[in-house]
Design a protein around this ligand. Structure first.
Ligand SMILES: Cc1cc2nc3c(=O)[nH]c(=O)nc-3n(C[C@H](O)[C@H](O)[C@H](O)COP(=O)(O)OP(=O)(O)OC[C@H]3O[C@@H](n4cnc5c(N)ncnc54)[C@H](O)[C@@H]3O)c2cc1C
Length: 383
C-alpha cells in the first residue's frame, strides 16, 4: 500500500513507488492499467485531471477490442471518409466493414485513468518539475501537488507527458519537430455532416492538411502545417469551403502541436518514453491515440517481463515498418503539390481504398496487410 509521507515542518510530501508514470493521457493511463493489473506498484502523476486535449478523438474500431475498451465511450461511429486532393474534386470512401469510433477526449482519458485505478494504480493530480540527484540508485523527481512540493522516488519512470514533455526537456533531449495545428469546435448541422470524416490534403495549408471529425453534437475542425504562420487563414479557407463565416470558429479556438516521428529514443537509462513524448504519432494520418495506448501497454509489458529495454524491441517488431512506410508517404506528400495530388488521387481506386482502410482499421492484421497495401499503391504512384 502506498501513502504520502511528509515532514510537516517542510511541507514536502514524499512518495515511494516502483514505477512513476508522468502524465495520465492515453499512454500513461494505459501503462498504469497494465502494470497494476500485473501487480506492479505504480503511481500516475497527472497535471490536470480535468484536462481536455484538443483532438479529433478518432480511434479505429479494432483498438476497442484489442485494448478491451468499453464501446460505450464511442460518441459516434463513422464508416465513410470524404477526401479532397489539392486540385481535383473530392471523393468518398465507404468502409466495407468497421468504423472509426469518435470519443470525447475529456471523458475518454478519465475512463482510461479509472481503469488503471480500478486495477490498483495510485492516481494523483500533480505536476512533474525536474529530476533531483538519485538516491541509493533510485530516480528522484520533484513535483508539485495542490501547490505543495512532492518528491517521488522510483525504480523506473514512464514519460507519458505529451508533446511538450517536461521529462524530455529535463533530460536535455533534442526538442521534437512537430506539425502545428489550429482547431475549433463546430456544431454538427447543415454543411457539417455527422456521416463522415473529412480530410483536405494540401488544399488550404500548403504542405499541410485539414480535417472535420464529427462528434456527438459538435465536430472538431482544424488544420495542420509544419509552418504555423498561415494556420488561421487556412482554417478560414476551410470554413469558407463549408459556407461558414470565420466567426463560426471564433469560440474555443485552440492551437496545439502534433509530434513528427523521427525514430526518437524510446528508452534512456531507466526512463521509458510512450506516446507523444516519444513522437509516436503515425506520420501522414497523424493518428496518435491508438499508438499512445499501445506504447503504454508495451512499456508496461517490458517492465512486467523484468527487462525495460525490451520495450524498444517490442515496439520495433510491431510498428516500425508501418511508421517507416507512412513516413515515406508523408515525405512524398510534402515534396510537391503534384505529388500530393497523385498520392491522394490513388485512393480513388477501389483496391487502394480497401487495403488502406484495412491497414488503418485493423491494427492486428499482420505484415500481409502492409505488403498488400504497398503493392497496390505502387501501381498508382511512383515513389
Ligand atoms: C488537433 C489535434 C487533433 C488530433 N486528432 C486525433 C485523432 O482524431 N485521432 C488520433 O488518434 N489522434 C489524434 N491526435 C493526436 C493525439 O491527440 C495524441 O497523439 C495523443 O493524445 C497522445 O497521447 P499521450 O498520452 O501520449 O499524450 P497526451 O494525450 O498529450 O497526454 C499527456 C498527459 O500528460 C499530462 N502532463 C503534461 N505535462 C505534465 C507534467 N509536467 N506533469 C504531469 N502531467 C503532465 C497532460 O495533462 C496530459 O494529460 C490529434 C492531435 C491534435 C493536436
Amino acid at each position: 500500500m502506498k501513502f504520502f509521507s511528509g515532514a510537516a515542518s517542510s511541507g514536502t510530501a514524499f512518495l515511494d513507488t516502483r514505477v512513476l508514470i508522468v502524465g495520465g493521457g492515453p499512454a500513461g493511463a494505459t501503462a498504469g492499467r497494465f502494470l497494476a493489473a500485473n501487480g506492479i506498484d505504480c503511481v500516475i502523476l497527472e497535471r490536470d485531471l480535468g484536462h481536455v486535449k484538443p483532438c479529433g478523438g478518432g480511434i479505429p474500431c479494432g483498438a476497442f477490442e484489442e485494448l478491451r475498451l468499453p464501446e460505450s465511450l464511442i460518441k459516434r461511429k463513422v464508416s465513410a471518409l470524404r477526401v479532397s486532393p489539392p486540385r481535383s474534386a473530392p471523393f468518398e470512401i465507404a468502409f466495407d466493414s468497421g468504423y472509426i469510433g469518435i470519443v470525447e477526449r475529456g471523458e475518454f482519458d478519465c475512463a482510461l485513468r479509472e481503469m488503471a485505478r480500478a486495477q490498483g494504480a495510485l492516481l494523483t493530480e500533480g505536476t512533474f518539475s525536474r529530476f533531483l540527484p538519485p538516491e541509493d540508485g533510485r530516480i528522484v523527481c520533484e513535483a508539485s501537488r495542490g501547490g505543495a512540493p512532492l518528491v517521488v522516488r522510483s525504480e523506473l519512470l514512464i514519460a507519458a507527458d505529451g508533446v511538450n514533455s517536461r521529462v524530455r526537456a529535463s533530460l536535455q533531449m533534442k526538442p521534437m519537430s512537430s506539425l502545428y495545428t489550429l482547431g475549433a469546435k463546430l456544431p454538427v448541422e447543415g454543411a457539417i455532416s455527422g456521416e463522415w470524416c473529412e480530410f483536405y490534403f494540401g488544399r488550404f495549408a500548403k504542405g499541410g492538411y485539414s480535417w472535420i471529425f464529427p462528434g456527438e453534437t459538435s465536430a472538431s475542425a482544424g488544420t495542420g502545417s509544419t509552418s504555423p504562420g498561415n494556420l488561421k487563414q487556412a482554417l478560414e479557407r476551410l470554413l469558407a469551403e463549408k459556407g461558414l463565416a470565420p466567426e463560426a470558429a471564433a469560440q474555443d479556438l485552440r492551437g496545439y502541436r502534433i509530434p513528427l516521428w523521427e525514430g526518437q529514443p524510446l528508452v534512456k537509462d531507466r526512463v521509458l518514453f510512450a506516446g507523444d513524448s516519444a513522437g509516436l504519432v503515425m506520420p501522414f494520418t497523424f493518428e496518435g491515440i491508438y499508438y499512445a495506448m499501445r506504447a503504454g501497454q508495451l512499456a508496461a509489458q517490458a517492465i512486467i517481463e523484468g527487462d525495460p529495454g525490451l520495450y524498444r524491441d517490442l515496439w520495433k517488431q510491431r510498428f516500425r515498418s508501418r511508421f517507416l512506410l507512412m513516413k515515406g508517404l508523408w515525405r512524398a506528400f510534402l515534396a510537391t503539390e503534384a505529388g500530393t495530388e497523385a498520392l491522394i488521387s490513388a485512393f480513388r481506386d477501389e483496391r487502394v481504398q480497401r487495403t488502406g482502410i484495412k491497414l488503418w482499421l485493423d491494427k492486428t492484421s499482420g505484415g500481409g496487410s502492409l505488403s498488400s497495401f504497398i503493392k497496390v499503391l505502387r501501381k498508382h504512384v511512383l515513389f
